[in-house]
Design a protein around this ligand. Structure first.
Ligand code: HPA
Ligand SMILES: [Zn+2]
Length: 339
């Protein structure tokens, strides 16, 4: 019998992947203030504590309003580098071996920061982490769904010189009122370019949005997917297509997608045979990085050792890393759980 403390220790020691992470959502208040000062940009809040006090959200939009405000202090390549490197350092210390990170180019180009400034800073940090620690990565360019499909096409055009650096595309921001069908054409263009495709669906939006992500966007993965559980046929289809769900427990709690960590649906997802994974989404805003998310699942949602193993395994098999590297991490994971 495992006790809670030993499971938490195991979750900390095991090799982990992070498949749902917005780099702009890793902007810790202390670093935000430091970069704001460096760039001589004014923030709406006077102190770190005042900013932290504002992190009380009742829904996704409450959070997004602060998220876009926060990222507005990022001006230079060095800012994007520092932001990304701080995150990578943090998760390296938590035994994260592979990251797949989103960035929101339109959140920056809309306020005059060129695409190349963003991606050069982010990519340099990812390459440094790879050199220093062997940490592997995939970079995912995400379209903001509250903007038009034309704007997404414009972003794809700006990304063209950097397509070798971009592994996939995603869809994020305000979900309700902005269904995947709005972006069917731009995602078709992305697929034709050989990019992998994922989309936030079923976080706040109805099961129909998840169907659209499957049938109109042809996603390789689903980000969140919580509300898919409301539709039995959809559950069967997600299983049939063997799609991974990138679930974000602490995010769900902070944005009131779930009322209580004690009945987070991730156990139900596993019991249904869905490929659920654990991710932190926007850890600086939601109160925890990867290990905190696992700890909350162990202590509050009462996941057991088998469920912990399955979640970590899904994180490896559902990632976009190469098959040989997957096998190495799966071996390490399996040995750890057999010990
Ligand atoms: O959790 C999220 N949902 C939608 N859009 C986002 N952009 C950053 N984080 C999120
Ligand atoms: Zn997200």
């Amino acid at each position: 019998m495992d006790n809670t403390a030993s499971l938490v220790a195991l979750s900390q020691a095991m090799p982990k992947t992070e498949l749902h992470l917005h780099i702009e959502g890793t902007f810790e208040p202390e670093q935000m203030f430091a970069i704001a000062q460096r760039n001589q940009v004014a923030l709406k809040y006077d102190t770190v504590d005042a900013l932290k006090d504002a992190y009380q959200f009742t829904n996704l939009q409450d959070f997004l309003d602060l998220y876009y405000q926060g990222m507005s202090v990022l001006l230079h390549e060095a800012d994007f580098y520092d932001l990304t490197m701080a995150y990578l350092n943090k998760v390296h210390s938590e035994n994260v071996v592979h990251v797949e990170i989103f960035f929101d180019p339109q959140g920056h180009t809309e306020r005059g920061i060129p695409f190349d400034v963003q991606i050069k800073g982010i990519r340099r940090a990812l390459e440094d982490a790879k050199k220093q620690w062997g940490m592997t990565y995939q970079l995912i360019m995400s379209f903001l769904r509250h903007l038009s499909e034309d704007s997404a096409f414009q972003t794809l055009k700006e990304a063209t010189p950097f397509l070798d650096w971009i592994d996939g595309v995603g869809l994020d921001s305000s979900e309700v009122g902005h269904p995947p069908e709005k972006f069917a054409n731009v995602f078709k263009a992305c697929r034709d370019l050989g990019l992998k495709v994922t989309a936030h669906a079923g976080e706040e939006g109805p099961p129909d949005y998840v169907w659209q992500a499957l049938d109109l966007i042809h996603v390789d993965r689903i980000d969140h997917g919580n509300r898919a559980l409301e539709d039995e046929k959809l559950i069967a289809e997600i299983k049939h297509r063997e799609l991974t769900l990138t679930v974000c427990p602490l995010s769900n709690l902070k944005l009131c997608v779930v009322d209580d960590m004690n009945d987070h649906p991730i156990r139900k997802m596993l019991a249904l045979g869905l490929m659920a994974t654990v991710n932190s989404d926007d850890p600086a805003y939601f109160g925890g990085y990867m290990n905190d998310n696992y700890q909350a699942l162990i202590e509050q949602s009462k996941i057991n050792r088998n469920e912990l193993y399955q979640l970590a395994k899904n994180g490896i098999t559902g990632s976009w890393m190469d098959e040989a590297t997957k096998r190495i991490h799966l071996d390490t994971l399996t040995h750890l759980f057999q010990a």
